[in-house]
Each structure stands twice: as structure tokens, then as C-alpha cells.
Design a protein around this ligand. Structure first.
Ligand code: PRT
Ligand code: MG
Length: 217
């Protein structure tokens, strides 16, 4: 599956692509197309031995796990749900930062519901992370899996609360939701296929080192 001469990097459009550009530049890599305007899914670079594949953020670990991409960049949220099988995770890139939290409508007394041991209905895309969080706290929850716009669920009676990513807090605020519990800080990591790391070390190692040198603390 892996292309032996050269390396393939899986990236998603949007914030990860944008925040990865300076890291790529530090490694001497410049994409030849902009995925925001181009419809190409395979993008070349100034280096004949490096190409990019543009995938859905949640699919990045899967492409790297199976060696369809040698390396990729994925949010910790996505990696937690994926589980990380077959992936080497050498570097926190400190990009696309946000946090995972529990949020609820202003008029839902989350703390009181937890205290009296009520079953709380929680909608989320992050079922694994949410299950672990509530289990560790001993909170009884019914998790409802959604694929997007979690903020809507409590507004229409689908859930009491949500587990979602927050960066500015603007989306919560616009929907009359408040953060009631912090779960963990999130940033994006470099992931490398374990076989690629062995077979293509001479190509991967310099990219890894350049990225490490360019990471903002
Ligand atoms: O958008 P798509 O459905 O294709 O996939 P995706 O949402 O998984 O991808 P993308 O590109 O939106 O996010 C990629 C990664 O960026 C995520 O996996 C996170 O690790 C990271 N990230 C950083 C975020 C945010 N910040 C963020 N704010 N991902 C999502 N959000 C959402 C948040 O859930 C909220 O609904 O953006 C919305 C706005 O947030 P506020 O607080 O700024 O209003
Ligand atoms: Mg998104």
C-alpha cells in the first residue's frame, strides 16, 4: 500500500491545514495547491518526494494506520476516538488548540443533577472520551452519538448536556449554553505509521525534527 519512494502526509482542510503550513515551511515543504480553493485531493509539493492527501479530520488516523499515508496531523480528540492502533505519536504540535468540555443550558443545574445521582442525557461526537470522563467521575449518563452541531441537542430536548470542543466559546454563548465541566485540553499531534517509520526513516526523521524545531510552546 505505501508508496516506497517518497512520503505521503494526510491533512484535513481548515484550521489544521492552515496551522500546518508554517511547520511544513520549516521542513522546506511548500504545497503546490491550496486545498481550500482546489478540488484536488492529492496535492504535490515543491519536493518530488513529498505529497499531501486531503482527508476529513476524523479520517486522518485511519489513512495513517493502514499506511495509505505515512504520516498525518490529527486532533487529540480524533485520536482518542480512533484509539491510536498502529500509530506512532511522536510530537504534540500545539496547533488547532481548544478544549473538550461538558456544556449545558444555563437553566440546567448540572452540579445538582450529578449530586443527586440522576441519569444525565449527554449528546456528543466524542463517545469514548465522554464515557471515560463520566465513568471516572461516577456520573450516570446516557450517551447519544451525534456527528455534528452538538450545541443544538439540548435546545430541542434531545439531551440535557453535551460534550464538545470549545475554543472561543462563541458557539456556546450564541446558543445559551455554558461550560459546566472541563475535560481536557486538546491540540493536534503528528502521527506516523509504525512500518513507515522503520522503512522510510531517512525521509521521515528530518521532517519530524524540523516540525519539532518549529513547534510553538
Ligand atoms: O468540520 P468537519 O466536520 O469536516 O470535521 P471536524 O470538525 O472534525 O474538522 P475541523 O477541521 O473543524 O477540526 C479539526 C480539529 O481542530 C478538531 O479535531 C480539533 O482537534 C481542532 N479544533 C480546534 C476544533 C476547534 N478548535 C473548534 N472550535 N474543532 C472544532 N471546533 C468547533 C467546536 O466544536 C464548536 O462547535 O468549532 C465550533 C466553534 O467553536 P467556538 O468555541 O470558537 O465558538
Ligand atoms: Mg468542523
Amino acid at each position: 500500500m505505501t508508496i516506497l519512494n517518497g512520503i505521503t502526509l494526510a491533512l484535513s482542510k481548515g484550521r489544521i491545514f492552515e496551522e500546518t503550513l508554517p511547520l511544513l515551511a520549516a521542513a522546506g515543504i511548500t504545497p503546490t495547491d491550496n486545498p481550500e480553493t482546489s478540488r484536488k485531493l492529492i496535492i504535490g509539493t515543491n519536493r518530488p518526494d513529498v505529497r499531501l492527501v486531503i482527508v476529513r479530520a476524523t479520517d486522518t488516523p485511519t489513512y495513517v494506520q493502514y499506511g495509505a499515508a505515512d504520516m498525518g496531523i490529527a486532533g487529540k480528540d480524533v485520536l482518542l476516538e480512533h484509539g491510536g492502533a498502529g500509530l506512532y505519536q511522536p510530537l504534540d504540535l500545539n496547533i488547532a488548540k481548544c478544549r473538550l468540555c461538558v456544556a449545558a443550558p444555563k437553566d440546567f443545574d448540572y452540579a445538582a443533577a450529578v449530586k443527586r445521582g440522576a441519569r444525565i442525557r449527554v449528546a456528543t461526537k466524542y463517545v469514548k472520551a465522554a464515557r471515560e470522563h463520566f465513568a471516572a467521575k461516577g456520573v450516570h449518563v446516557d450517551l447519544i452519538k451525534l456527528y455534528g452541531s452538538m450545541e443544538l441537542a439540548p435546545l430541542v430536548g434531545l439531551a440535557d448536556a453535551i460534550v464538545d470542543l470549545v475554543s472561543t466559546g462563541g458557539t456556546l454563548k450564541a446558543n445559551n449554553l455554558v461550560e459546566v465541566e472541563d475535560i481536557m485540553p486538546i491540540s493536534s499531534r503528528l502521527v506516523v505509521n509504525q512500518a513507515s517509520l522503520k522503512l522510510k526513516r531517512e525521509l521521515i526523521q528530518p521532517v519530524l525534527e524540523a516540525f519539532a524545531g518549529a513547534v510553538k510552546k
